[in-house]
Ligand binder design. Structure first.
Ligand code: MLT
Length: 405
């Protein structure tokens, strides 16, 4: 008789965004005349930019000709893309990252869920709270998180580092030393970002304690303040303690195209001197056949001069929404955070309402979908996330409706 991986059975409920999607489609089915606006999942709404589209067309045409047809992509990524990434995202920012330290993938969600596989099952993890649910769920699946307490909504073997208005959304060093530390900056869900000084302290901490930082920089393109680093490798010593994950979804609108990458520096080693780079390469080789050529060509277009200008324009478009949401809600008396270096606005629910109650109130009273803060962890209770990835029209309308609640 087969037996399933029992760790999966420990997961409470379905994945956060699947739960929300289900509730929204039930609501829509019961209320077909209502125009529901989604500011829930961070999915983009603007079309792919012209240089991306023309690269996609060219690549498709190449695939249709015998001389330029390509089969399996190199499992770690095409050189043309790895080079463009190393040069633009790292060397131009003064970061010492080589192209063969860049692993191209089908997206940051997969990488942030899969990266834990290269660590021992006994490693302890620390997460910011609230947290992007993938980090915790993927470690639950790996059997690393202990038991779940439904009352406190905490796993016994996970170190939660509250990130709240009281600590300016910067995690404090935990009492116990974690082996793996997840940091997402600019942050999903709070929309806040760590400055250089704070991140340098975490890099120093990780090097002193022999921990690894898994740094999710998926929202890097949204940074507007000088004091916020674009990469953890801007910090001294990060090559020996940090893995960085990036996405094309949020900057270039690739949520439906799928492309991302992870950087694993060769200097990053475990306590026995084993290089994590070699392990991640081994994992890619065994479990991944490379992101498709067509997508990688589209990714390379993002790094062309035209592509870079188009990305800037896309980011500005969404950040105008962030301002509309932030200003509109502030004006209406809400306490709001984020929205300056990230496309997320994190608001305190009115009168300390439970996050899911506020979700219902917004859905039923304003026909607007957001994301309940408690879905991101215990410290998210009493908060709510709105995304700036909508259209200008829908965003303005959603805020108008929320204000008239
Ligand atoms: C979110 O809404 O948190 C993100 O879109 C989820 C993701 O990128 O996987």
């Amino acid at each position: 008789m087969i037996k399933v991986n029992g760790n999966y059975l420990k997961l409470p409920g379905s994945y956060l965004f699947s739960t929300i999607a289900k509730r929204v489609s039930e609501y829509k089915a019961a209320n077909p005349d209502r125009q529901v606006i989604s500011l829930g999942i961070g999915d983009v709404t603007q079309p792919l930019s012209p240089s991306v589209i023309s690269s996609l067309h060219e690549a498709v045409d190449e695939m249709g000709k015998r001389e330029t047809f390509r089969g399996y992509a190199p499992d770690l990524g095409y050189d043309f893309l790895r080079k463009a990434i190393a040069k633009t995202d790292y060397k131009e920012r003064g970061c010492d990252i080589a192209e063969d330290e860049v692993f191209v993938s089908d997206g940051a969600k997969s990488d942030s869920g899969n990266i834990q596989e290269i660590f021992d099952a006994g490693c302890t993890i620390a997460v910011c709270d609230p947290v992007y649910p993938v980090y915790v769920d993927s470690n639950v699946m790996a059997g690393r998180t202990g038991t779940y307490d439904a009352k406190t909504e905490r796993w016994s073997n996970v170190i939660y580092m509250p990130c709240t208005a009281e600590n300016d959304f910067v995690p404090e060093f935990p009492k116990e030393t974690p082996d793996i530390i997840y940091i997402c900056s600019p942050n999903n869900p709070t929309g806040t970002a760590m400055d250089r000084a704070s991140l340098q302290k975490w890099v120093d901490y990780a090097n002193e304690h022999g921990s690894v930082i898994i740094y999710d920089a998926a929202y890097e393109a949204y940074i507007s303040e000088e004091s916020v680093p674009h990469s953890i490798y801007e910090m001294e010593g990060a090559r020996t303690c940090a893995i960085e994950i990036r996405s094309f979804s949020k900057n270039a609108g690739f949520t439906g195209v799928r492309l991302g990458f992870t950087v694993v520096p060769k200097d990053l080693k475990d306590s026995d001197g084993v290089a994590l780079h070699a392990l991640w390469a081994r994992r890619h080789g065994t479990k991944f056949n490379g992101a498709p050529y067509i997508q990688q060509r589209a990714g390379a277009a993002v790094y062309s001069p035209e592509g870079r200008a188009e990305t800037k324009a896309l980011v500005s478009y969404y950040m105008e929404n962030a301002k509309v949401i932030k200003d509109g809600l502030k004006d209406a008396g809400y306490t709001v955070y984020g929205g300056v270096n990230a496309p997320y606005i994190w608001l305190a629910t009115p009168e300390g309402m439970k996050s899911w109650d506020f979700f219902d109130r917004l859905l039923e009273g304003a026909n607007v979908v957001g994301t309940p803060g408690s879905g991101f962890g215990p410290s998210g209770e009493g908060y709510f996330r709105l995304t700036a990835f909508g259209t200008h029209e829908n965003t303005a309308e959603a805020i108008r409706r929320i204000r008239s609640l």
